[in-house]
Ligand binder design. Structure first.
Ligand code: FES
Length: 100
């Protein structure tokens, strides 16, 4: 009888596993809800305005496509290369964890 190995615990040099959920920009910690509220109020219309007013997107830049999605009225999560890693919450493009 073969036993299964225990699941790997995600490790990442960028973030702890507790940072998943609601974060749009990993570098600055800006929440998706903050950007969504600004879009709904008409306070921002472009990625550049979001960057200036919130700081989101001013680090590595990997979340700018997620900002664009929120500006278009879509959820930030797209499941693509620049989405948040399900294992550690980092942007998948820069994530170094075992789950990515
Ligand atoms: S994740 Fe937003 S700038 Fe890096």
């Amino acid at each position: 009888m073969k036993t299964q190995a225990p699941p790997l615990i995600p490790t990442c040099r960028f973030a702890s596993a507790g940072e998943v959920g609601g974060v749009l920009c990993h570098c600055t910690g800006v929440a998706e809800s903050s950007v969504h509220a600004m879009v709904q109020s008409g306070g921002v219309k472009t990625v550049e305005e979001v960057m200036t007013k919130t700081g989101a997107g001013t680090g590595c830049g990997a979340c700018r496509c997620r900002i664009n999605r929120v500006l278009d009225g879509l959820p930030a999560a797209c499941g693509g290369r620049f989405d948040l890693c399900g294992g550690c919450g980092c942007i998948s493009a820069i994530c170094q964890c075992e789950a990515a």
